[in-house]
Write a protein that binds this ligand. Structure first.
Ligand code: MG
Length: 263
């Protein structure tokens, strides 16, 4: 069921979005050579506790997960694309890590992800990250009243395909509200002009993710982490976006993105 949010409900979602953005800002700042994935997870957990927020991940146990997730944060390193379960692993120079975080504040959820190049960036990773960011921007730009869901999907998929990257359609964006995953499903490719009409009050997570050489995943022995079938590296970015009368409003802008808007 598609739920449209009232202005008061959108305020609740904005508050959650700002908290999620602040946590990702802190995590990006902390991500560096030698830092352990469990330290990043603990930082997210501390910020949740200090804010009196609730984790969306700790008890999360969908059909595709082997057991409850048990951590606060997804950390997907190099060939890990999605749902990376943090474990004791120190980041090394050249790693490519995506941080995916969702939390509930006063009953409203926001969900966002960022990909960080650790230490010395690799040129091929930079191209992948730049492409997935452009795909996110294109998807957000299409999230306007009167457009259709397929316009968002098509905008994302076009950027990926034009850059030569295959697109996996198993996992994509989703409605966000009182819980982390709701309708609609937002595939990362599709046909423009198809699907439901977007109306003000619709809130969804838009989340392109790409693997450099394949669209196929396999599940790690940890029961959660999804890795590229060919070992190629992956990048994932996500924002929670509200469709408003004036166009898309990104609820999870991080500080650098807010500053860029004001510049
Ligand atoms: Mg997410």
């Amino acid at each position: 069921m598609i739920e449209l949010r009232t202005p008061a409900e959108l305020d609740g979602l904005r508050t959650a979005g700002r908290f999620v953005a602040d946590v990702l800002d802190a995590l990006v700042d902390a991500t560096d050579v030698g830092v352990d994935l469990l330290d990043l997870d603990a930082l997210a957990g501390r910020m949740i506790a200090e804010r009196g927020a609730e984790s969306c991940y700790v008890d999360y146990h969908p059909s595709f997960g082997a057991m409850p997730f048990g951590r606060y944060l997804c950390t997907s390193v190099n060939d890990a694309a999605l749902h990376g379960l943090p474990h004791a692993q120190r980041l090394v120079d050249g790693d490519l890590v995506s941080l995916d975080f969702a939390a509930s504040v006063d009953g409203w959820v926001a969900d966002s992800a960022v990909t960080v190049q650790v230490g010395t960036p690799r040129a091929e990773d930079q191209r992948l990250v730049a492409t997935v960011r452009r795909a996110l921007d294109a998807g957000i730009a299409a999230a306007r009243p009167g457009n259709r869901l397929g316009d968002v999907s098509s905008a994302i998929g076009s950027v990926a395909r034009d850059a030569g990257y295959p697109v996996n359609l198993q996992f994509g964006g989703h409605g966000v509200g009182r819980s982390m995953h709701g309708d609609p499903h937002v595939p990362n490719d599709g046909r423009a002009g198809r699907g439901m009409v977007l109306r003000p009050g619709l809130v969804m997570a838009i989340e392109p993710w790409l693997m450099a050489g394949t669209d196929e995943l396999y599940q790690d022995q940890d029961g959660w982490t999804l890795r590229s079938s060919d070992g190629s590296r992956a990048a994932h970015v996500e924002h929670t976006v509200a469709v408003t009368e004036d166009g898309p409003e990104v609820l999870t802008l991080r500080s650098a993105e807010r500053a860029a808007l004001l510049a």
